[in-house]
Design a protein around this ligand. Structure first.
Ligand code: G3I
Length: 347
């Protein structure tokens, strides 16, 4: 068996993918399901475990799609990464509107968060391997101010303390799940100054652990673009090692490597496309090799595995970006697929 899941298992590593539940259920798209089953031994819900999806109207939980993924994973002997408990995006409108128009007070908001975490984590108790408890709490150097700080809805309304609270509530609801802080742009350290996001998150999780907050892991999302500077494997390993030296597990949780598609470039234009495919492949490899070299890197998850089911083209349309995953639009493996396969075979 030369599947990614079988080859990863030899390293004790889990190779995961985000799953689009609509695609998984689409009878006209059988290859999608077939590849999720055959290539991956860990799955993450791309959207259906987010708050807006789980509780679209207040008090009424819609468990159907999330339950379906959990059953699917069990049947296929796959681990599940739970994504996501606390995030400022994809919150249900009843919650954000309630806060904005003053009908939900800060005290009530904190209680709603506690209840949400407790309800969701208890429902899937024993079935989730790693939970993304807090997602994307830190700002980026291109934000204003460029000094890294806690950003978004939760920090704004509840203050910095919501992070420790969230981990404690999650631990109480399922003591056996591994609890992760998950964020992007954590692949490498910069100058370790005030605008270095990796350094900021490093100091934050260090502080959380020192205060006894139950945090078990650091999820590095790994959303890269070939138009930006590429990291080398030593830099990436150094960052993972720094986090695991704090006693944390590590994981790549949302890897994809997108490219800018200059207007007018056709999919068949190999002079234009090949360098992008190569650069994407190199980046996939660097992250995987660093994960394999860090003894506490539990899993390597891609954020979708085929270009016809990737968030990238819908998200980045001007200028258009794409080619971000391991397989093309017709489920043909690309260079990146062979690169990660080679890494798993030869390391
Ligand atoms: O649910 C509606 C559906 O009813 C409607 O028919 C459809 C038409 O546009 O939109 C659907 O919602 C979309 C949803 O994906 C489900 O497809 C949202 O508009 C769209 O914004 C949403 O995008 C997701 C994005 O998170 C939103 O925050 C992407 O699929 C998902 O890949 C992306 O994932 C995030 C991770 O959770 C966290 N890290 C970054 C990563 C990439 O942005």
């Amino acid at each position: 068996d030369q599947s990614l899941r079988a080859l990863s298992a030899r390293h004790g590593l889990y190779f995961g993918t985000a799953v689009d539940m609509a695609a998984l259920d689409d009878a006209n798209d059988p290859q999608y399901r077939q590849l999720v089953q055959s290539q991956f031994n860990s799955v993450t819900a791309e959207n259906v475990m987010k708050w807006e999806s789980l509780e679209p109207t207040r008090g009424n939980y819609n468990w159907g799609p999330a339950d379906k993924l959990i059953e699917f994973a069990k049947k296929n002997n796959q681990k599940v990464r739970g994504h996501v408990l606390v995030w400022q995006n994809q919150l249900p409108p009843w919650l954000t509107e309630g806060v904005n128009n003053g009908t939900i007070s800060t005290t009530e908001l904190r209680e709603l968060l506690r209840k949400h975490i407790t309800t969701v984590v208890k429902r899937y108790k024993g079935k989730i391997w790693q939970w993304d408890v807090v997602n994307e709490a830190a700002s980026d150097p291109w934000d204003n101010p460029p000094t890294i700080h806690l950003k978004g809805f939760w920090a704004q309304h509840l203050g910095a303390g919501y992070i420790a609270d969230a981990f404690r509530w999650a631990r109480a609801a399922d003591p056996s799940a591994l609890l992760f802080y998950n964020d992007y742009n954590l692949e490498a350290f910069g100058d370790k100054g005030a605008s270095d996001k990796t350094w900021y998150v490093y100091k934050m999780v260090k502080q959380l652990r020192q205060s006894g907050v139950p945090i078990d892991g650091l999820g590095s999302q790994g959303h890269l673009g070939t138009q930006y500077g590429n990291y080398n494997v030593f830099q990436v390993k150094e960052a993972l090692d720094a986090f695991s030296d704090l006693g944390l597990a590590t994981a790549f949780t949302e890897v994809d490597v997108r490219s800018q598609m200059t207007p007018g470039v056709q999919a068949g234009d190999s002079n234009e496309i090949n360098p992008r495919l190569q650069a994407s492949s190199d980046n996939y490899s660097v992250l995987l090799q660093a994960c394999l070299a860090n003894r506490h890197c539990l899993s390597y998850t891609v954020w979708g595995f085929a270009d016809n089911h990737s968030w990238v083209p819908t998200w980045f349309s001007n200028p258009p970006e794409g080619l971000a995953t391991l397989y093309d639009e017709s489920y043909q493996p690309k260079r990146a697929f062979y690169a990660v396969k080679g890494d798993l075979i030869f390391s």
